[in-house]
Design a protein around this ligand. Structure first.
Ligand SMILES: [Zn+2]
Length: 307
């Protein structure tokens, strides 16, 4: 048994994110915090309020603008559409482009959070998870008196579509690896790994922004998508190179794909002890893997990190 956790820690401003993902204990936010902006696909301006939640409640959205304020759990059971972004739905209540916010919450170890939103799409902000991380740091984390569930993957698990795949392998600790391969010279072949025990999410992954290809943007706009996209919230790449440099990392695109993967896998409700590798994958493939992993976990018994 680990030592008893304090009921609540006001971690203050010095180390507001200490004790997150590496802890055996569940965490929530110490206080509520808000962030507003425009959704990438809808172009609709919304406000998100992140509020503390009780142990075992998990991460869940509340559409506060709809009658009855419907609750949409951030779980694979609520997965709906995955065209260019990850969308959750319960009956007619939907919430779209949840992946960057969920990656920030899961990547920093926020297990229980009530996410109030007054519209159908999470704001894109600067295209990365950086402003979500700053909001969570401003709120601070609170340790809770319940152990986190865990799951040790004991055999390989994978989904594949052509040469794209997501695979989970048994491993001694949690690790994510991503690979992409584009014909455009400015992107090319890129790989990135992230292990929470070795690199902080907030500096290694969170700042990586959404990217798009110049020749696909017009097509997406004609299809009624990316109404809220701009050169301020997405990196755009053309045949001559990046249209709006500088990049935050030389391999910022693959780090962003890894950010999306972390957000999509968070819908399982826990990160398994496994090495999860994705290659040329999409939200559809990430979430197909999350479904498989979730079924595998449901078939076997979970443990808690205190054994
Ligand atoms: Zn993304």
């Amino acid at each position: 048994m680990p030592e008893e956790p304090p009921v609540e820690i006001g971690l203050g401003n010095t180390h507001p994110l200490t004790g997150g993902l590496g802890s055996p204990w569940q965490h929530t936010l110490a206080t509520a915090v808000e962030q507003s902006g425009v959704g990438l696909h809808s172009g609709i301006h919304t406000t998100v309020r992140l509020c503390p939640a009780s142990v075992h409640q998990g991460r869940f959205f509340v559409r506060v603008d709809l009658p009855g304020q419907p609750v949409i759990p951030a779980r694979v059971s609520a997965l709906h559409e995955t065209q260019l972004s990850t969308e959750l739905a319960i009956a007619a209540a939907t919430v779209r482009t949840v992946e960057h916010l969920l990656a920030a919450l899961a990547g920093l170890g926020v297990d229980n959070v009530r996410i109030e939103i007054n519209g159908p799409e999470v704001p894109l902000l600067d295209g990365s998870a950086r402003l979500w991380v700053e909001a969570i740091a401003q709120a601070g984390l609170a340790c809770q008196s319940a152990a986190r569930s865990c799951y040790e993957l004991d055999a390989p698990l994978w989904v594949q579509d052509g040469d794209a795949f997501v695979v989970g392998m048994p491993a001694s600790e949690l690790r994510f690896t991503y690979g992409i391969d584009f014909d455009l010279e400015a992107i090319g072949n890129q790989w990135q790994s992230w292990s929470p025990s070795q690199m902080p999410f907030q500096s290694a992954i969170a700042p990586a922004r959404t990217f798009g290809l110049a020749d696909q943007i017009e097509q997406l706009q004609r299809a009624g998508l990316i109404k809220g996209g701009s050169l301020d919230n997405a990196l755009v790449c053309g045949t001559q190179g990046w249209i709006n440099p500088p990049l935050r990392f030389s391999n910022e695109p693959v780090r962003h794909k890894l950010l999306d993967l972390v957000g999509d896998i968070s819908l399982v409700g826990l990160f398994p002890q496994a090495h999860i590798t994705a290659y040329k994958a999409s939200h559809r493939l990430h979430t197909a893997f999350a479904h498989q992993l979730s079924s595998r976990i449901d078939q076997q018994s979970k443990c808690t990190m205190d054994g």
